[in-house]
Design a protein around this ligand. Sequence first.
Ligand code: FRU
Length: 480
Amino acid sequence: QTPTPQWRPVYHFTPAKNWTNDPNGLIYLDGEYHLYYQHNPFENKWGHMSWGHATSKDLVNWKHLPVAIPEIEKKDTTTWIFSGCAVLDTKNTSGFGQNGKAPLVAVYTADQPKQQLETQFVAYSNDGGASFAQYAGNPVVNIQKKDFRDPSVVWMEDQQQWIMTVAVPHEHKLQFYASKNLRDWTLKGEFGNQGDIRKIWECPSMTPLFVDGDPAKKKWLLMISSGNQDGATGMQYFTGDFDGKTFTNDRPANYQLFVDYGRTYYAAIPYNNLPDGRQMMLGWLMPFETPTYPWRGQMSIPRDLALKSGTDGVLLYQQPAATLDKILAALPAAKKLVMQQTDIRSKEMQLNKGGKFDANTNWADLIFVPGTAKEFGLKLVQNKDTKSEAILGYNPATNELYVATVKDGQSAVTTDKLTVKPVNGKIRLQVLLDKSSLEVFVNGGEKVLTTLLFPDAKATGWAVFAKEGDVKLESLKAWN
Ligand code: FRU
């Protein structure tokens, strides 16, 4: 197979080689972000599921480490290490700790294909997350089902107990289990058949957040990997109250809310143990269309989570992790571009003058004030020779934001879209292009559209445009 370095992201995580899907066991420990991930250590396709491992101090530069939890081969049983979480057991409730040091405890799904069985297993690490020992009493939860997976555990301080949320995918149902010691678990409640049930439910998570940052207004964000608004793969969320047994949805049962409007953002889970009550998640950008080599699959940009109240109730807002601002700020002036108060009328305005920016990898933050233009936005990865480009366009009449690709001068094919209205007369687009992924945060993260692109490696053009009329580009900040 031909290597595809032209599609290897620069500021997103990919395994050095071979397959990845879901992020697992996301946890911040002693100044380092740990990323475990569903990994096939042997091939560039799904299989031999194990927890791959990488760490980073800044969420951009990752150190690749040996597989942390490998598949388990026994005489009649193969155990694959499916998705799950990791918690720091500060009080050593599990008793797995050694020498007074808090153990790191991974709670994950053991998938046993021969037995057609999924149960929940526990493993622990006393070397800072490099290696794990399997708990001898596994499984810790077994309801004799073929599909029963993706545990997510939180410590509920007020109840002095751990709560595990697990999915029963084909029943569109979650179960809540409680434990004092991470070993013995009791079923406390269930939640299901609400929101979007067109696809199976996987990778649930429960995250406490303060609405509008107000400590008096605590809500739980429940996220589930299922479908997007069009019934393709994606994620949905609910907001509500949670007492360890019952999740009370803020909205009517059939109401649907989506985390991302593309077809590639999946299996995102929150980071545990972040300082200052920060909540941040990382998702998998699932491969579709063209395969990459020698790796397959990549992670999204880490996203800060917030709940904000408005006329439509409490909604999820996502932003690229604020800690990344430092990295952008530290780039040399030659890698930055700033523009203000520029009117664009019925034209395309090249941003990549002199070709000093890499048209395949950049990050831009734009604020537009719609005028008479029928459409405005960005043209990405343009190649004049092959007549190819990607268009990120907004239509003020329909409030539609779309991504379309043009190949060989053929007409634009829309791949993804969402609807969003201007806020105070403005549309803000944070556009993260990284070789083969495109993440667009609209209006400060009110909606997000993530997609994969497999553009021409020799693209040089990068432009803002207004079609049949004018738009004001109030401000543009871009980083190469
Ligand atoms: C989601 C998922 C999880 C499972 C894992 C297996 O992508 O199907 O439900 O634990 O992948 O790799």
